[in-house]
Design a protein around this ligand. Structure first.
Ligand code: FAD
Length: 475
């Protein structure tokens, strides 16, 4: 029986479809164009087939089939990857989106999450129990890619990265067998999964530690926005003040155009600005005292911090950045925000090419820095910021313009950067860049790769080649 959506499975994939409880979509299927699309519309890949997996057995069937037939294998979680690495030309795409089960254990303070979930559904489930686990700042992002690359968000200063809160992972390996990795079982694999991306297997289920936040999940969050002319002063104040702020308070800094729509006041729509989006998750009684110092600095255009469910803050940017826009990314870690870097921010911030293009600096300190750089695969924990520049626009005709601005801005900042960039913010930037991002952890990652994926089956990612081998084509 064929189980694709139209019954038009290519003959070559009938055998796979027959082994799966999920469905297979091929280029002859009416749903193919939807099935191959990812969040970043700049990515236009034509896979051989997209297999929608319902369980670990489906994933194993895909891996075995793909290897037998000599197909490239790509793995897609939420499809948000900067470089679009969830899909690839002529590949068999293992799509995990049907794996959406979420089980919150309020007593144990954990959440078990299917490998194809997005953060919005996880945040809503944990906040209903007054808890959260660290994630990113846009809730339509997939759990799989974000969690395996690191996971930087509002809870990082207080509770660490997403990987610092991973308790265990169910993984289908390159030979099609399944294991559970945690601190005691497959500890090397568990180490590598915490930052090493999709290099080591397909994670069908994650278990994360959760934390009580705010008043039963209600926190204080929102932006403080300043005129762009105040950017240098805001950045200097931010770099000096942030380290002394309580870890219950997190704030990432951005250069942006104020969105032209509610809840922003109409007189501010489209204004070039510098802003810090704050999130306070501590005792509600202390909120006024803690927030005072960050709301009274300078002359803000807007102080938009208010009580809200944590899941609402997590979703606050989803509507501004819907699926299907053109995205061009560049990233670096910064251990300091130097005066030279501030000059570059002023120069390129003044030239933001489109309404949705932006630059963000996410704090890497507090709980993140208390974990040793070699305790997990995620290496850059020295303090400072994870920086990202994104040129974003709906119009494909602007793709070159936003890409050029992003590259130029990155070039100007790079001399003040720490060396590598957060792997989840990289596009397809080559092997050297991946190695620089893992620094001293790269050799151990390559050794674990040689043990768990010696043939580099999983290489449509920020690839770590098995020790003793060169990077595989096409990456
Ligand atoms: P996909 O494209 O599906 O996959 C990305 C990579 O991970 C691929 O190589 C894929 O093979 C692999 N992969 C995915 N799921 C699995 C799995 N279950 N098992 C094995 N391999 C898997 N990151 C942050 O840390 N903090 C942020 O605040 C943040 N904000 C973002 C905002 C936006 C709008 C976007 C687009 C991205 C943001 N990111 C952020 C970056 C994000 O972490 C990466 O884009 C990440 O790769 C997305 O994961 P995904 O599952 O959606 O991507």
């Amino acid at each position: 029986m064929l189980k694709n959506t139209t019954g038009a499975v290519d003959a070559a994939f009938e055998e796979l479809a027959a082994q799966m409880s999920g469905t297979v979509t091929t280029p002859h299927d009416a749903a193919y164009d939807t099935a191959r699309s990812v969040y970043n519309a700049m990515i236009d890949k034509r896979p051989a087939a997209i297999a929608f997996c319902r369980d670990a057995a489906d994933v194993a069937a895909c891996i075995r089939f793909g290897r037998e037939k000599g197909l490239e294998i790509a793995v897609r979680g939420g499809g948000h990857n900067a470089g679009g690495l969830g899909v690839w030309d002529d590949a068999l795409v293992i799509d995990l989106s049907p794996l959406r089960e979420i089980t919150v254990d309020a007593e144990a303070h954990t959440v078990r999450v299917g490998g194809g979930c997005t953060w919005s559904e996880v945040d809503r489930a944990t906040v209903a129990a007054g808890m959260a686990t660290p994630a990113g700042i846009v809730s339509s992002t997939g759990v799989g890619g974000l969690a395996l690359g690191g996971g930087i968000g509002y809870l990082a200063r207080r509770f660490g990265l997403t990987v610092d809160n991973l308790v265990s992972a169910d993984v289908v390996l390159a030979d099609g067998t399944s294991v559970t990795a945690d601190e005691t079982d497959h500890p090397d694999l568990f180490w590598a999964l915490r930052g090493g991306g999709g290099n080591f297997g397909v994670v069908t289920s994650f278990t994360f530690r959760c934390h009580d936040i705010g008043d039963h999940g209600t926190i204080f969050g929102g932006p403080v926005l300043y005129d762009f002319a105040d950017t240098a002063a805001v950045m200097r104040w931010y770099r000096e003040t942030l380290p002394s702020l309580p870890e219950e308070l997190n704030g990432w800094l951005g250069i942006l155009f104020i969105p032209a729509g509610p809840p922003f006041p109409e007189e501010l729509w489209g204004r070039r600005a510098c802003g810090i989006v704050w999130c306070y998750t501590g005792e509600p009684e202390r909120a006024d005292e803690v927030l005072e110092s960050v709301t009274t600095f300078g002359s803000p255009l807007l102080v938009g911090i208010q009580p809200m469910p944590y899941s609402a803050l997590q979703a606050a940017f989803d509507a501004i950045y819907p699926t299907g826009l053109q995205w061009y990314w560049r990233a670096d870690f910064f251990t300091e925000l130097s005066d030279a870097a501030i000059d570059a921010h002023l120069e390129y911030g003044a030239e933001l090419p489109t309404a949705q293009s932006t630059m963000h600096l996410y704090p890497i300190d507090g709980a993140v820095s208390r974990v040793a750089p070699d305790a997990t695969a995620f290496s850059y924990r020295d303090g400072g910021w994870a920086g990202v520049i994104v040129g974003v626009d709906p119009d494909p005709a602007n793709a070159d313009r936003i890409s050029e601005w992003t590259r130029d801005y990155w070039q100007a900042l790079h001399p003040s950067a720490a060396g590598g960039g957060y792997v989840n913010f990289l596009m397809d930037e080559g092997a050297d860049r991946v190695q620089a991002s893992y620094r001293g952890n790269f050799a151990r990652l390559a050794a674990v790769k040689a043990q768990y994926d010696p043939d580099n089956v999983f290489h449509i990612n920020q690839n770590v080649p098995p020790a003793g081998t060169a990077p595989s084509a096409p990456r």
